[in-house]
Design a protein around this ligand. Structure first.
Ligand code: SF4
Ligand SMILES: [Zn+2]
Length: 421
């Protein structure tokens, strides 16, 4: 399928009727004039086929120039050429500032193969509306070194403190990825034993956090699947179930998962203020299970107040959706984001959690808790015969122990996740 445009004889030179036609030229959808990006992307999803928006005769809503390369959506959804998009003011609604993202990169090499997650990542946006307090992303160079850009695009004064209140979208990523993949031969890509050439969406944002992000994700996943590239999806949004049909097409070349640190919804709400509740994430996993889509859970980060009983109960919920793997990581008390976690739990009335988190700043207390939680999760998982725990031990923890324990943690760190891909 592709787009066709025709000039409106009664309009200006850039007023064009837009239609979607199939290979035989038969009309599939009639969009009228100036369809929004949302409309075009939703049709793509409905028909299960990607529609390239470059060089199709679409024009910028502001200046009338043809969309031949980079583009973005205006706040009302109309298409803008890159010149017009770059000067957009952005919008603020309900405390969330949105705009377009000037980032050039499409696919970046990632160190997440150390967690057996992926070799490459695609981030569909800069910023994340979920605003998890423990999120390390705002302290990484992708955000931390771009203060000026964030200030200009979204009036961000402090990328870390304001995390959760800004999001800059990369609307044309599917087109750019398509172009990039034409030039790259996947067999030449960097692969590691643990990464297996997997591309993950997304590590620096939530790729299904809202409809606009989900549309970008859909286009990228479709491109990757067409090139037979293994894909991992990690999202806290049950919104991911909108693409179950697409995931099914990928067979075992995809793994879709979500993070559930605990089923205590109000604690999750304190630490992940804008993310959907854990039960809704589990329900998304359940839908993936029913559809036969390969799935995983990130049981991370687990909190020091969690008892063995709570750990067992959480694992029981995971076992019910039969995941290929459950990744587990205790919380690591580092940097300003850890202080923000303590602050957030105290503000939410979780005094005990706040105190226990505060205690973890003492290296020995943290070490004891982390080792204890790793062991507890591994032992409790034995109750269920379908749970494979893949621990992510922190380097500091490995360095702090010796003997058999060190060997065990090192083995776990080097392990390849059991997924088939
Ligand atoms: S969903 Fe992920 S990227 Fe977004 S704030 Fe939470 S941890 Fe960070
Ligand atoms: Zn323009």
């Amino acid at each position: 399928m592709h787009l066709e445009t025709e000039r409106d004889p009664d309009g200006g030179w850039f007023d064009r009727f837009v239609r979607l036609v199939d290979e035989d030229g038969e009309l599939v959808e009639d969009f009228g004039e100036h369809p929004t990006l949302d409309k075009l992307r939703e049709v793509e999803r409905r028909h299960g086929e990607r529609i390239n928006l470059w060089q199709q005769g679409l024009v910028c809503y502001k200046c009338g120039n043809q969309i031949n390369d980079r583009f973005a959506a205006q706040t009302d959804g109309h298409l803008l050429c890159w010149d017009c998009a770059s000067s957009e003011e952005g919008e603020e609604k309900g405390g969330l500032r949105t705009n377009v993202d000037p980032t050039k990169s499409v696919l970046s090499a990632s160190k997440l193969h150390e967690k057996s997650l992926c070799d490459y990542v695609i981030n569909v946006a800069t910023g994340c509306r979920h605003g998890c307090r423990f999120c390390y992303v705002p302290s990484t160079p992708a955000v931390d070194s771009r203060e000026e850009m964030l200030e200009e695009k979204a009036e961000v004064d402090d990328p870390q403190r304001n995390w959760g209140s800004y999001i800059l979208y990369r609307d044309d990523l599917p087109e750019r990825l398509h172009q990039g993949l034409q030039k790259k031969n996947f067999s030449d890509w960097k692969k590691t034993d643990r990464g297996r050439g997997i591309v993950m969406l997304s590590s620096g944002t939530d790729c299904y956090q809202d409809r606009r992000a989900a549309q970008i994700t859909h286009g990228c996943v479709q491109e990757l699947i067409e090139h037979d590239i293994p894909v991992r999806i990690l999202s806290r949004s049950p919104n991911l179930t909108r693409d179950i049909d697409l995931f099914k097409k990928a067979g075992d070349r995809i793994a879709v998962g979500t993070s559930i640190p605990t089923f205590d919804a109000s604690l999750v709400n304190a630490l992940e203020p804008n993310a959907p509740p854990p039960q809704a994430r589990w329900e998304a996993l359940d839908q993936l299970f029913r559809a036969g889509v390969p799935r995983f859970v990130s049981f991370s980060p687990t909190y020091p107040t969690m008892s063995r009983g709570e750990i067992r109960e959480a694992l029981g919920w995971f076992a019910a959706v039969d995941p290929d793997v459950v990744f587990h990581e205790p919380i690591n008390p580092r940097g300003i984001n850890f202080d923000m976690c303590v602050e957030a739990t105290r503000d939410a009335g979780y005094e005990k959690v706040a105190d226990e988190l505060e205690n973890l700043k003492d290296e020995d207390t943290w070490k004891e808790y982390a080792l204890d939680h790793i062991e507890a999760v591994r032992e409790e998982a034995k109750v269920y015969d379908n749970i494979d725990i893949h621990t992510w031990p922190d380097r500091r923890l490995i360095n702090a122990v010796d003997g058999k324990k060190k060997q065990e943690l090192l083995r776990e760190k080097k392990r390849v996740s059991p997924e088939s891909f």
